[in-house]
Design a protein. Sequence first.
Length: 299
Amino acid sequence: MNRYPHILLSLAITIMAGCKGQNDYDASGTFETEETIISAEASGTLQAFSVEEGQNLKKGTQVGYIDTIQLSLRKKQLESQIEATLSQLPDREAQLAALQTQLKTATRERNRMRNLVEADAATRKQLDDAEAQVDLVKDQIKALRSSLSVSTTSIRRQTSPLEVQIEQINDQIAKSRIVNPVTGTVLSTYAEPKEVTGVGKPLYKIADLSSLILRAYVTGDQLPAIRLGQQVTVLTDEKGGEYRKHSGSVVWISDKAEFTPKTIQTKDERANLVYAVKIRVKNDGYLKIGMYGEVKLKQ
């Protein structure tokens, strides 16, 4: 009968040690990450889409494309309209050729009259008439050039809106290519090939899991002992009741107190108000989103 008190004493010591081990941390919380939802930037049939959950994607990788046939046809139509409009441009050289010929003739006639006047074979009035004819043809050439310039400018301006529309279509065609914008791991997919998608419709969710954020909560008494950039020890559960240790860095401290979340226990369970902190932990492949973690402020 004397052995039972010893058994009860040993059991009590074990329970007390277990309780002490459970509270051997300063804060606790769950792991999270910055998730990015990639949405379609164009409308149409999803001709190709090669994204699977758990797939690692690098930034700049094309993972699919949306049908662009209608956009291409619209672009060809606009290019044809521009070509037709530009065909109305006046032929400057052809229209000026006749006046240039008249100018040469008038210039020769003036020079001939000048020689005749010097030889007293023609009157001064005839020379003045010849020079006036040269000036007249020059004025006609100047006026025609101005008219042709105005006409050319007007026609080219008619093509400007069409060129802008082509640029818009080129942008839409570029956005029809689904290019992964961030390096990370695909968490969820929301579309399948051959489905019809639209602008803003989610396609997949991705996150960088190379490091995770542990959002933990500390009491006001603990707050003075925490600073940005501080190195802390993060503990996660392992088999056999052991802890796996990770090194973390404090990257954010809330400047506002909040009520203790129901799923979170702090070192001082009597405190009603706590402060949220974020601790970045490098992921060795063991950490998962939603996993529970504990923090020891002193390493």
